[in-house]
Design a protein around this ligand. Sequence first.
Ligand SMILES: Nc1ncnc2c1ncn2[C@@H]1O[C@H](COP(=O)(O)OP(=O)(O)OP(=O)(O)O)[C@@H](O)[C@H]1O
Length: 305
Amino acid sequence: MTSPALSIHQAVKTYSNGFTALKGVSFSVQSGEFFGLLGPNGAGKTTLISAMAGLSRLTSGHISICGHDVQREPNITRKLLGVVPQELVFDPFFSVREALLFQSGYFGLHKNDEWIDEIITNLGLADKANTNTRNLSGGMKRRVMVALALVHRPPVIVLDEPTAGVDVELRQNLWQFITRLNKAGHTIILTTHYLEEAQSLCNRIAMLKHGEIVALDSTENLLHAETDKQLALTLDQKLPENLRQQIIKEDGYNYLLKLADYSQLATMLQSLQNQNINVRNLQILENDLENVFLRLTSDHMKDEK
Ligand SMILES: Nc1ncnc2c1ncn2[C@@H]1O[C@H](COP(=O)(O)OP(=O)(O)OP(=O)(O)O)[C@@H](O)[C@H]1O
């Protein structure tokens, strides 16, 4: 059996100030997956990515990339991984093309022009190839960060908030290109605050909260958990006693109710009719990733109190 693209086993990270940002995180990403790592601010995503990239050491636990341990075999894992970090960091003396050539040299790739041209074109950087990186706009700098991470054609690509603060055009370029790389066999690991992006791109998602995994499933299963449907209902009077256990939120005669499945809807409507209660408005709220995320992170709000 081939090794997973990424394997994290009981990752614990306690910073020098005593704060534990990762509390025993374990999961694997198989080769070829488009995997989402989601979580609210401060959940530990960047901490985990830094440890994957070998930029910071775990307090305990192991991370391996394609079967190679990040701590013990850094020279191998560095080549297997391309990380697009959140922060924009550059050598200010290079043009875009020079930066990419320099980065290629770092990986021992001296005949990389064809691939560099392809990256430059696909990321919409062709006009800026000879511009000094320090003179680029924030969005253009972000594109260069992505290009730098791809220069050695890493089998595993990690994108930490790649679309934070960038325009629609780059997002589209970027996702087209990344999707193409994924189809060509590259494993993609993505963190994003744009949940609709994760929903449409990722086949599987891990949600991290306070340094622990709180959900790990296929995007489809996360979205289609039957219990997550909701019913928004406006009545002409109060909801009867027999249905009040379904209430999530109540505002006058407007109700947000839990809905286990469609057959329950029929039962509820029948019950209202039997009691001569009229429905003025009705809407079934299908689940989206935002709902799942909010449900999991509202627990997080409670935890923080
Ligand atoms: N060097 C450090 N020393 C102490 N605590 C740190 C350090 N770096 C990060 N933390 C803390 O660890 C926790 C996790 O931070 P991290 O940056 O990994 O979260 P994140 O999920 O990437 O958040 P965001 O979505 O805001 O980028 C936070 O509470 C943060 O304040």
